[in-house]
Design a binder for this molecule. Sequence first.
Ligand code: CAA
Length: 381
Amino acid sequence: MNFELTEEQIAIRDLAREFAQKEIAPIAARIDETGEFPRETVKKLGELGLMGIEIPQEYGGGGLDCLSYVLTIEELSKVDASHGTIVSVNNSLVCFGLNAFGSEEQKQKFLTPLASGKKLGAYSLTEPQSGSDAGNMKTRAALAGGEYVINGRKSWITSGPVADYIILFAATNPELKHRGTACFVVDTKLPGFEVGKTEPKLGIRASATCESTYENYRIPVSHRIGNDGDGFKIAMSILDAGRIGIAAQALGIAEAAYEASVQYAKERSAFGSRIAEFQAIQFMIADMALRIEAARMLIYAAANKKDRHERFTREAAMAKLYASEMAEWATSKAIQVHGGIGYSKELPIERYFRDARITTIYEGTSEIQRMVIARSALEGK
Ligand code: CAA
């Protein structure tokens, strides 16, 4: 595999980097503190073409490849992981799904405004009783007179409180379990949809996460994506793409923690020398550098397989598992290198630590990724 970046990939990476440093860095600490959703910067990211990077230009996207998407999420997350989450969800959990499974009419109506950043999207699979066991959904979509009537409660919806459209999964034939599910596009302005409680989170605090309820929410059949019965498989395919994005987010957070640690080690003195001269510090820095590069290779390999239009379920699970656990470890080590000041809100290190924690949980926990990898190894799935 050749990971030498093309001119186009370098250009989008630099665009994301420059925007993150100029527009996001000045507000990152404040929005982490307040939990305020960054509407202005998200709007500008849409204008820059970063909300539908892999989507064909005819549907409002950038027409670029998955590695370009990875580089963008990495750069944004290096500065602020909340922006990384918002952009990742819109790109992969929403636009990727619509592009892969939507009809021409759905692409015109929903994908084009979402990929061009004029509208914001969310993805809604999880329910209070079903997170990892995603097939066990209770939200019901009943077909009646040419439309579906939806009732139920969903949870942990990233960007849910501000989304215009939501990719929703619901049971149409509960007795068929996962084979009795379907995928829909929900217009959040229509009656019957309500935003529920917003989660008070440990990290990625500026990315709004909420519950939602559906009470006799009526949706035309034309808002169903794919066939009735295919909902679970669509949800899983979309999550494969999403997991590459979360891996890239974890990589970006870890890189930020690493770069801050290198700089601090060179500046800080103890016992008459710079702490960078102590082997205890050097070994932490060396292991951080090593694991970051290993994560990068796994992520780029997964993106490469996706770009070759081959199934990338296993590669995405490996990339997410390794990168997220690495980020959790690296941000903890970054606090260790910094000592007391790393634990203080005066520096962003403690934010990196809190933000990294979610990457081992959402879009499939580390345990789920291990299940996916093991099934691929043992059952050839
Ligand atoms: N792509 C396509 N099809 C897939 C697939 C994939 N990646 N994975 C499974 N399938 C298919 C299987 O082939 C099988 O098909 P058949 O019906 O033809 O046999 C069907 O789906 C059922 O598969 P399994 O038997 O493997 O299903 P399972 O119930 O054992 O679950 C699982 C498998 C991997 C554990 C899955 O449930 C899973 O990934 N769980 C985690 C869910 C998750 O990531 N949730 C996060 C939600 S998003 C979020 O975090 C919030 C946010 O806003 C960011």
